[in-house]
Design a protein around this ligand. Structure first.
Ligand code: PRP
Ligand code: HPA
Ligand code: MG
Length: 183
């Protein structure tokens, strides 16, 4: 019978809940300093960025607005299809706005590369990226990411918002998914 304990599907905890919390506080302090006196719009990329947005935004001390964009390119696979689909567009007109895109992970970089082009075309005053995780060895395009939490190896990871086939998002840590789960 399939086990209901998520931890049996993991090979290694890569980043603990505590490490995530500490890092997000550090990044929030930098963001507070960098955007002092500016009107900041945080844009979270659904669904993976939900946890990062919840914790990062609450670590900020300044006023911010929050909006969401839903895009998807992985589906039920561990490889990007390379095709980014909008599932939900922004509610906000970002022309003239200072936008900080909040992401869980930069893997191939294809999602963010597409989003950065898309947002630039809408006339934002500035666009920066905050990503909790980045896989330098997996990059297919280079993303200029101002706020990075952790560089991690090129393994498929889950937890803290990151899924495989819509599961594991509720794990509190970031962990490597055991290959037997998707092989
Ligand atoms: O750098 P890339 O190779 O493009 O991968 C990163 C993107 O992939 C994941 O989203 P996904 O498409 O799985 O949607 P989800 O957030 O709903 O899980 C993740 O949340 C990032 O948005
Ligand atoms: O390693 C990953 N895990 C989960 N979702 C992802 N989307 C891109 N890379 C990943
Ligand atoms: Mg996903």
């Amino acid at each position: 019978m399939e086990s209901s304990d998520i931890r049996n599907d993991l090979t290694e905890i890569l980043v603990t809940e505590e490490q995530i919390n500490n890092k997000l506080r550090e990044l929030a302090a930098q963001i507070d300093a960098d955007y002092a006196g500016k009107d900041l719009l945080l844009v979270g990329v659904l669904k993976g960025a939900v946890m990062v947005m919840a914790d990062l935004s609450r670590a900020l001390t300044q006023h911010v607005q929050i909006d969401w964009m839903a895009v998807s390119s992985y589906g039920a696979s561990t490889k990007s299809s390379g095709v980014v689909q909008i599932r939900k567009d922004l509610d906000t007109d970002i022309a003239g706005r200072h936008v900080l895109i909040v992401e869980d992970i930069i893997d191939s970089g294809l999602t963010l590369s597409w989003l950065l082009d898309n947002f630039a075309a809408r006339g934002a005053a500035s666009i920066e990226v905050c990503a909790l995780l980045r896989k330098p060895e997996a990059a297919k395009v280079e993303i200029d990411c101002r706020y990075v939490g952790f560089d991690i190896p090129n393994d498929f990871v889950v937890g803290y918002g990151l899924d495989f086939a819509e599961r594991y998002r509720n794990l509190r840590d970031v962990a490597v998914l055991a290959p037997h789960v998707y092989a």
